[in-house]
Design a protein around this ligand. Structure first.
Ligand code: ADP
Length: 421
């Protein structure tokens, strides 16, 4: 293994894994902090997906160090600490404390701080983070329920989370190329600067930065910064040229869709699936709560459908219906009941021969992954931006696509199967 990535949440992990896969690295995603001594799968890059963005600092640090240890043991030459491109964190962390702990563990003298992801409108200029055309604190991130971002100055944001000195490698050097960036990093190092915020306004800047920090053992940033890393390994003769696979070999078996996402995009995808005649069963959360409907019945219905088509089991509903269910059951309870049923359903479907599964909904995906005891996923071809097919490496023999609610085009549930062989 060449590159180890520690991602502070699940969808962020998939995001960076896709980026690396697209740039020619065979990438595997591991879910959760690896146990001490656990062996990681063989791949060019391994991304450990943690849930360390907003949990207590000590826990986030411990999980990140455990991930780091496993990645080093598997041969990682460079560690990327991946966080959100909007620098989602509080005044206390967890970005600063986790970066500090990794810096110490890796004996790193300096690390860049680069959440930029220009393709998604996240750019950095003079150390200020922009979302589209507005500075971070004017974007919708100012009202985020867990990590409201009220400043766009990355030196101040990072400076508040670490005792280490924070500096800036601005556009002036980044725009001149890798040699100029290296010179600037050395100047800052001589001045005792351990964290360097780096400007990046486009993909060209990310490639320059990737080249400039080829010898850094630790880097921190969003998934954009991963873009320039594979080329370093290729130049060093460590990584053969790999074509990005356009199809994924899937085990023979049946295909199914589970949707617990109530997001607008998912509801549109369900409508499109119904319109082309995909057999579908709508789940009633109140019936699940009352025991009139069970996961076993859902599975029996699904497995009785024609084998040559995917089936769809969904609880997705419009906001008014969801609100009415939540009124009756309580918001957390409603979510829990549906998630629990879908986790059990996924298990029963797999036992019944389903080996190709699409799951819609972030929380729903988490529940299904847990239900199926999936620990490791190999990233395959991208169905729509941000959503790849993945092959389960550690867990049941199957392929899954985990779709975050608002992702995917309207025909997502229809076209995804065409990428499987
Ligand atoms: P998304 O990615 O679209 O946000 P999630 O799966 O993360 O989707 O979240 C949807 C949540 O809503 C889950 O907790 C799910 O169990 C719950 N849920 C699904 N269907 C219903 C419904 N009909 N009524 C109430 N809650 C629901």
């Amino acid at each position: 293994m060449l590159l180890g990535v520690i991602a502070d949440d699940m969808t962020g992990a998939t995001d960076v894994a896709l980026m690396l896969n697209r740039a020619g690295m065979r990438t595997v995603q591991v879910i959760g902090a690896p146990a001490a001594g656990a062996k990681l799968p063989e791949a060019d890059a391994v991304v450990v997906a943690l849930k360390s963005r907003t949990n207590p600092v000590a826990e986030a640090v411990a999980d990140s160090l455990a991930a780091c240890e496993a990645l080093l043991a598997a041969g990682a030459r460079q560690i990327l600490f991946k966080y959100c491109s909007t620098f989602d964190s509080t005044a206390k962390g967890n970005i600063g404390p986790v970066a500090d702990a990794l810096m110490q563990r890796l004996n790193a003298h300096q690390a860049i701080v680069c959440p930029a992801f220009p393709a998604n409108g996240r750019s950095i200029f003079q150390g200020y983070l922009f979302v589209g055309e507005v500075p971070l604190q004017e974007s919708s991130m100012k009202d985020h329920p867990l990590t409201p971002m009220r400043d766009a100055n990355l030196m101040r944001l990072m400076g508040a989370q670490t005792p280490q000195k924070v500096g800036l490698a601005s556009y002036a050097s980044v725009n001149q190329g890798a040699a100029a960036v290296r010179k600037r990093l050395a100047e800052l190092a001589a001045d005792g600067v351990r964290y360097v915020v780096t400007d990046a306004l486009d993909n060209g800047h990310l490639m320059v930065l990737g080249e400039a920090i080829s010898d850094h053992v630790l880097l921190t940033g969003g998934s954009g910064i991963a873009m320039g890393l594979p080329e370093n390994f290729r130049k060093a003769g460590l990584l053969p040229w790999r074509e990005t696979a356009t199809h994924l070999a899937a085990p023979t078996g049946r295909a199914g869709i589970i949707s617990g996402s109530c997001s607008a995009a998912t509801r549109g995808q369900i409508k499109a699936a119904l319109a082309v005649g995909i057999p579908a069963l709508k789940v009633d959360p109140l019936a699940l709560a009352g025991g009139q409907q069970t996961a076993k019945e859902l599975a029996d219905w699904a497995l009785a459908q024609p084998v040559d088509k995917p089936f769809l089991v969904y609880s997705s509903d419009d906001p008014a219906e969801v609100a009415s269910v939540q009124d009756k059951l309580g918001r957390d309870k409603a979510g829990e009941i549906v998630e629990h049923a879908f986790a059990e359903l996924a298990r029963l479907l797999n036992a019944g021969g389903v080996t190709r599964l699409l799951v819609a909904g972030g929380e729903t995906s988490g529940a299904v992954v847990q239900g199926l005891a999936i620990r490791t996923l190999e990233i395959g071809p991208e169905i729509d931006p941000g959503v790849p097919w993945t092959r389960v490496v550690d867990g049941p023999e199957m392929v899954v696509a985990l779709k975050s609610g608002n992702f995917g085009a309207p025909d997502f549930f229809i076209k995804a199967w065409g990428l499987l062989r």
